[in-house]
Design a binder for this molecule. Sequence first.
Ligand SMILES: [Zn+2]
Length: 71
Amino acid sequence: MDKRYRTKYHMSMIENLNAIKENGMQAFLLNQEEKWRCPKCGGTICCHNGLCFDCDLETFLLNKKYRWNEK
Ligand SMILES: [Zn+2]
């Protein structure tokens, strides 16, 4: 399951858990906020497809199966 998440959603739950164990939840959450921030609007990017629903809504509506720029 961890492998599936790493390839499909660009995240690792095991890595996440280790990071929480080492640095605490607060640091982890700050980190995640940084990681998933949209560079264009500062909104949050969806880990299921790499799209920001503010900037990239049109891309999503045109192709609901859109995944991380993968064809
Ligand atoms: Zn955005």
